[in-house]
Design a protein around this ligand. Structure first.
Ligand code: NAD
Length: 281
């Protein structure tokens, strides 16, 4: 049985249109600022994507492209200014920062009510406690995809491959909130194959192309590939051997066109939510 391909691009377009319609009715529009240090081409293209998304949704957008040799004090100044600017509701600091900068200090400096990617410990803590907070864009996007296809994690065996602070850990917490029985796998997991084969919902975020082979997928599983890797030919690939996994899975996300666009749409939703919290309407 061939799997249903989960259309992240289509879902993202729908979510952004909903944001756009809400923003259209607001007297003061939401605002997002992206802070980027250095000139990494991937980060620059990521930043350009945010600009486009904001334009589509009617959200005010400002980008701060700081040179590679920016000092900690200069970076903290920029964050401080953005914290104080009323037209900015969300601050997205592109990570990782160049090595000479203290990323933790920079993250701690972001006002938690403007932390639209949920990197501040206050928001991560709320997430862990199951309290209302910003939800990190990528894992929240995965949950949106599951909702869209009416896949309920309750009672399901969920396996998350990867334990990063930005994807794996918060993903596990969100699945747990929805009553999944969650296992987190990582580089020290002794038998990744066996763990994956037990998964009703398998979310892979290892950043290792080809890590998840077809025989690691249970018949009828939901396979969500978060990873975005470039192969030797420059093409985008996930962790999952897509063709082989699609033969066994009931649902599968493509790369590209799966989780990536939904992540971007959730950032727009979070920026709107921040603006509403700031009393804009
Ligand atoms: P990371 O490198 O910080 O974390 C990778 C995790 O995978 C680690 O916890 C590691 O233990 C685990 N891992 C690596 N190799 C493994 C292996 N062989 N077996 C088991 N576990 C293994 O990466 P990240 O920031 O979490 O990102 C993961 C991937 O997701 C990357 O490809 C990244 O480009 C992609 N990503 C996609 C989106 C999106 O919008 N879809 C957003 C963020 C990141």
């Amino acid at each position: 049985m061939a799997a249903v391909v989960m259309d992240g691009k289509g879902l993202a377009a729908k979510l952004k249109e909903t944001v756009r319609l809400q923003v259209e009715r607001m007297e003061r529009r939401p605002g997002l600022a992206v802070v980027l240090v250095g000139d990494d081409p991937a980060a620059l293209s990521y930043e350009a994507g945010k600009r486009k998304d904001c334009q589509q949704c009617g959200i005010y957008y400002d980008a701060f492209r700081l040179p590679e040799n920016t000092s900690q004090a200069e970076l903290m100044d920029v964050i401080g200014i953005l914290n104080g600017r009323a037209e900015i509701d969300g601050i997205l600091l592109l990570l990782p920062l160049p090595r000479h900068l203290d990323g933790r200090a920079a993250v701690l400096a972001i006002r938690p009510d403007k932390d639209v990617d949920c990197v501040h410990p206050v928001n991560m803590g709320d997430l862990a406690l199951g309290m209302e907070s910003f939800r990190p864009c990528t894992p929240a996007g995965v949950m949106r995809l599951l909702e869209e296809y009416r896949i309920d994690p309750a009672g399901k065996r969920c396996v998350v491959v990867g334990r990063s602070n930005i994807v794996g850990k918060p993903q596990a917490m969100l699945l747990l909130q929805k009553h999944g029985t969650v296992t987190i796998c990582h580089t020290r997991t002794p038998d990744l194959e066996a763990e994956c084969r037990r998964a009703d919902i398998l979310v892979s975020a290892a950043g290792r192309p080809g890590l998840i082979t077809g025989d690691m997928v249970k018949e009828g599983a939901v396979v969500i590939d978060v990873s975005i890797n470039r192969d030797a030919q420059g093409r985008l690939r996930g962790d999952v051997d897509y063709a082989a996994a699609a033969e066994r899975a009931a649902y599968i996300t493509p790369v590209p066109g799966g989780t990536g666009p939904v992540t971007r749409a959730v950032l727009m939703e979070n920026t709107l939510a921040a603006a509403l919290r700031h009393g804009k309407g």
